[in-house]
Ligand binder design. Structure first.
Ligand SMILES: *Cc1c(COP(=O)(O)O)cnc(C)c1O
Length: 362
């Protein structure tokens, strides 16, 4: 195996080696077609099978109920920041947003340009170090929807259970923890995620929307911007992001092969426990900036006693075969992003490195 290092990048990020190797093996001549999957018509039998198997995998791995449609669109999660309010804030309606960090802030900024919104909870005064509890915000019964970012990738905080928004549809940006834990679809109107963290490469976004919400979508949107265009066409209204969907399918094949959602969740708990326990056992030398109950399994943020030590830590870790441990520039510190494809051995190696580094410098 050639030079694979432990890549702790927040996204795009490490993907299962099995998926990469499968793609490599069949890239030039896809199943005897004499051409690559990215050279053939998306209406042909080869891609058609890939596309529908990808959607079927999402449905079976996440146990998506029949009253939800599964879409694979372009534009990443970011397009959903605009597409969601365009579709679902009807004339005279207001949507509600929970502000928990950088990504929900971006969603709010775009939604404001499109329709009426109100922010019903903000973690800004606590520097976005925790998710709200259920009783800390009030959902208006007349709201078009309530939007949350269920895992804030930059701050490293995660809802451990989805809030209950009653009859008002809950919409969640799950970009950085989708497919790492079960989704309680009884609480959800729509979820969405850019593919490039747990699902595959950049280039596709996954949208899972309750069918009755499609009836509430505005009618006067340009075709690509309307969920109602894509749902009845199985996301084949126009050319889908063929390569991204193909890699997503291979990534989900790998998830299924190791035991599905239960196993990826077990691994996520094991990896993040390794790091959080190392932090806890360091007697304050390493510090988690976020509240214990809402810290993320996917994005583990931590601080060292000084910025100089953090810089040295990141540099020495890279030399030891662990890359991208720098926190986001807006918050500083260190961050280990450990998505589904990060082997347990990667987290073990990092935990051991943290111990050794502390012993050298404390
Ligand atoms: C990465 C990320 C995004 C942005 O995704 P794009 O596909 O680049 O648009 C949005 N929300 C969250 C929570 C993310 O982690």
């Amino acid at each position: 195996m050639a030079n694979r290092i432990y890549n702790f990048s927040a996204g795009p990020c490490t993907l299962p080696l099995e998926a990469l190797e499968k793609a490599q093996a069949e890239f030039v001549d896809y199943q005897g077609a004499g051409m690559s999957i990215i050279e053939m018509s998306h209406r042909g039998k080869h891609y058609d099978a890939v596309h529908h198997e990808a959607i079927a995998s999402v449905r079976s791995l996440l146990t998506v109920p029949d009253n939800f449609d599964i879409l694979l669109l372009q534009g990443g999660a970011t397009l959903q920041f605009a597409m969601l309010p365009m579709n679902l804030i009807a004339q005279g309606m207001t949507a509600e947003y929970v502000l928990t960090g950088s990504w929900s802030k971006k969603a709010i900024a775009d939604a404001k340009k499109v329709g009426d919104i109100r922010v019903i909870w903000s973690g800004e005064k606590d520097n976005f170090t925790r998710m709200p509890k259920q009783d800390e915000f009030q959902v208006g019964s007349d709201a078009a929807y309530v939007h949350i970012c269920s895992n804030e990738t930059i701050g490293g905080i995660e809802f451990q259970t989805l809030p209950d928004t009653g009859n008002v549809p809950l919409v969640a940006d799950m970009s950085s923890h989708i497919m790492s834990r079960p989704v309680d679809f009884s609480k959800v109107g729509m979820i969405y995620a850019g593919a490039q963290k747990n699902l595959g490469p950049a280039g596709a976004a996954l949208i899972i929307i309750r069918k009755d919400l499609l009836d509430r979508c505005r009618e006067d949107l340009p075709s690509y911007m309307s969920y109602k265009t894509h749902a009845p066409k199985d996301s084949m209204y126009n050319t889908p992001p063929v390569f991204a969907v193909y890699m997503l399918k291979l990534t989900l094949d790998w998830v299924a092969s190791i035991g599905g959602l239960a196993e990826v969740e077990r691994r996520a708990i094991q990896r993040s426990d390794l790091l959080y326990n190392t932090i806890a056992e360091s007697n304050g030398w390493y510090r988690s900036p976020v509240e214990k109950e809402t810290r993320s399994r996917m994005n583990v943020c931590f601080r060292l006693p000084s910025e100089d030590l953090e810089k040295q830590f990141i540099g020495e870790a890279l030399a030891a075969g662990m890359s991208n441990l720098k926190g986001h520039r807006s918050v500083g510190g260190c961050r280990a992003s450990m998505y589904n494809a990060m082997p347990i051995e990667g987290a073990e190696k990092l935990a051991q490195f943290m111990l050794d580094f502390k012993n050298k410098h404390a």
